[in-house]
Design a protein around this ligand. Structure first.
Ligand code: WTA
Length: 651
């Protein structure tokens, strides 16, 4: 076998899992043929396709034109007026869903709340009226820095109701990160909590806001939702308890008809430079995209109890806890805290308690579960589950199989969903009743989406099995409308790498069935002796070793080979980080991929530095591996202490 071929070996999964007849029979999309028909029509006549979907939702005024494309700027449902909050809430009120649970919330300490769609409507109206009372108007920006409490969902829906653009900043970010984001979008107000619960401790959100806001002259008001009842300082005239404001406003607030292209939210995501990019989404297209994908990918039915474990501070929480599922009238479980509090079985407890039917989580969580051991899920009745989802990074085939066997008990289809903050909604994913799955592949594009793996130089589609850049060839409704305040950066980052195409920043290849295999960010490619190695591939090989829980692979400069592979490895409980295991792992990687993928250096570590969204901070690992001081913004570190540890774990 040639070297180029052997690279693909690990990700070249031969296992295929077909949806069961029982699942397909009841699914929204019942067969591969039905999917293909829908897909082909959507690509042939996109405007017709999207108009049909959009008409399932409420519009105050119909659009004049479905799409308007002046590369790289898109408009969708031009001239139409709608309101995403109306579609997520009010639309369900004249139906039996009025008294259906919209949010089933579980606090970390074990408290819980259930809000019906009727309750949600009342709460959102009151919240919207408090924002109005503070003088906020259509087009104003508001920063939202909260824990995972129902008021977070309520707050963003309230903004959407009156056309205020929300910018949610993840509650795990530091005060400095908050300052940077507030400055960039010139937010007028901050909505926060006194604190949030995380692993039994209070995260002092209000204290961080106090520290931030003194540096933010644009902030006029701070609204504080009471959650943890810790002592907080309230600045007179600037800070307001939400419950006090709420007591004095009306519970009636009609949803404002908004232009389809009115701003909806800004969400910051890290780029290749230190400065985060304010990804900007608008109302109509985002609404249609999240609505359709929630329905098709999660096969949402009214009976479902849907649990997405993401934080609303990330795009997954925006699109698949709040907007998409609620536009479908779904019951959404929302959990406040850590997955291992008080014990590593918290998710399984929640699933058993609420009889969750759909679980949407991330590979990084799955690998943690593997590490913690099967005894935790085995303690619980998970028989209510019917569908599993994964998002955020490529899922290693071994983790996929574990998810399938241990959590899904081999009866739940797995949807590995590829998308980005920028794409707004899922782009490549199986449809659970239609698409045969292959562990590690996000499979096929969703209707209306035209991704391709291309050669950067020729802009031609790569032949099956050969890696290229992942691009999207046609605009789609929920695509970003730009980077807030920086059209040049928008053009440069997304529209200059491959002509007339949206560049995702990811590498991928397609197999002979047209299935997409995402190999990770192209900036995560390591070139060893002139050969490209995807970090995801080497990691996948390492994780397929029975003793390995998780790994992060980086390239370090090497005199002989240009770059060399360094692997940081965490072991499953009960395994010793002994020298001979390094040799065993090297041999394993050589066997799985080829000798040149063998890590030159392997470092065992108790855990890996990650952002709160679970992404491994490779830049930090690179600095550690090359012995450099760590520089730059480390505020997203999951656990600062890991850094110091990694340095001293040196052999
Ligand atoms: C990666 C998260 C492989 C990818 C929704 C993408 C994935 C980036 C997958 C976006 C997946 C996300 N398989 N890779 N199923 N899902 N990614 O903006 O590199 O936080 O470009 O959006 O995550 O991350 P973001």
């Amino acid at each position: 076998m040639g070297k180029a071929e052997s690279f693909e070996q690990v990700l070249k999964e031969s296992r295929v899992f077909k949806p069961s007849k029982e699942f397909s029979a009841l699914a929204h999309v019942k067969s591969l043929a039905q999917y293909k028909k829908m897909y082909n029509e959507s690509i042939k006549s996109p405007d017709k396709f999207w108009a049909k979907i959009a008409k399932e939702l409420h519009w105050f005024k119909p659009w004049k034109k479905v799409s308007d494309w002046k590369e790289p700027f898109a408009k969708w449902f031009v001239g139409g007026q709608t309101n995403i909050c109306y579609n997520c809430v009010d639309r369900h009120l004249p139906t039996w869903r009025r008294n259906k649970a919209a949010i089933v919330w579980e606090g970390e300490p074990g408290d819980s709340r259930v809000l019906t769609y009727n309750d949600l409507h009342r709460e959102v109206c009151i919240f919207a009226n408090t924002l109005k009372k503070l003088g906020l108007k259509k087009g104003d920006r508001v920063a939202v820095y909260m824990g995972m409490v129902p008021e977070l969902a309520i707050a963003i829906l309230a903004c959407a109701r009156i056309g205020v653009v929300h910018s949610v900043v993840f509650g795990g970010f530091s005060a400095n990160a908050l300052v940077e984001r507030i400055h960039d979008c010139q937010a007028k107000a901050v909505i926060t909590c006194d604190g949030g619960w995380r692993r039994g401790k209070i995260v002092e959100l209000k204290a961080a806001v106090d520290e931030a806001v003194v540096k933010c002259p644009t902030i006029e008001n701070v609204v504080v939702v009471q959650r943890t009842r810790n002592n907080v300082r309230m600045e007179p005239g600037r800070d307001h308890w939400y419950h006090e404001l709420a007591a004095s406003v009306d519970a009636n607030c009609p949803a404002e008809p908004l232009d389809s292209e009115q701003g909806h939210f800004i969400l910051y995501t890290s780029g290749s430079t230190g400065k985060p990019k304010g990804i900007y989404h608008t109302v109509g297209g985002y609404m249609v995209g999240t609505y359709l994908t929630s329905k098709l990918v999660f096969d949402l039915k009214d009976e479902d109890i849907y649990f997405c474990t993401a934080d609303i501070g990330w795009v997954t929480g925006h699109s698949y806890i709040v907007y998409g599922p609620m536009a479908n009238g779904a019951t959404c479980v929302m959990y406040e805290g850590a997955p291992n509090h008080p014990e590593p079985d918290r998710f399984w407890r929640i699933i058993e308690k609420y009889r969750v039917t759909i679980l949407y989580t991330a590979p990084t969580a799955i690998r943690a579960f593997i590490k913690w051991g099967e005894q935790w899920p085995q303690k619980h009745d998970l028989s209510s589950l019917r569908l599993l989802g994964s998002v955020g990074e490529p899922i290693n085939p071994e983790a996929w199989i574990w998810y399938n066997n241990v959590i899904g008990k081999k009866k739940c289809p797995i949807v590995d969903t590829w998308w980005q903050t920028e794409t707004g909604s899922i782009m490549i994913s199986p449809l659970p009743g239609a698409t045969p799955t292959k562990p590690g592949s996000a499979t096929l594009p969703l209707p209306g989406i035209l991704p391709e793996c291309v050669n950067k130089e020729t802009n031609k589609k790569m032949p099956p099995g050969e890696k290229g850049l992942l691009v999207v060839r046609k605009p789609w409704p929920s695509m970003l409308r730009g980077i807030w305040g920086d059209n040049e950066r928008y053009k440069k980052v997304y529209w200059s790498t491959v002509k007339h195409s949206y560049f995702t920043g990811d590498g991928a290849h397609c197999d002979k069935d047209g299935y997409f295999w995402i190999t990770g960010r192209v900036d995560d490619v390591i070139i060893v002796s002139g050969h490209n190695l995807g970090t995801a591939e080497v990691e996948s090989a390492l994780v397929s070793h029975p003793k390995v829980a998780e790994s992060a692979v980086i390239g370090v400069p090497d005199e002989m080979t240009g770059q060399a592979v360094t692997a940081f490895v965490t072991l499953k409980d009960g395994n010793q980080p002994i020298e001979s295991l390094k040799d065993e792992l090297r041999a394993h990687v050589a066997k799985e991929i080829g000798a040149l993928a063998k890590p030159k250096q392997i470092r065992f570590t108790a855990s890996l530095p990650k952002t709160r969204s679970g992404k491994i901070m490779r830049r930090l690992l690179r600095d550690i591996a090359s012995g450099k001081e760590t520089v730059g913004d480390t505020t997203t570190l999951e656990d600062y202490s890991i850094l110091a540890k990694l340095r001293t774990d040196d052999e």
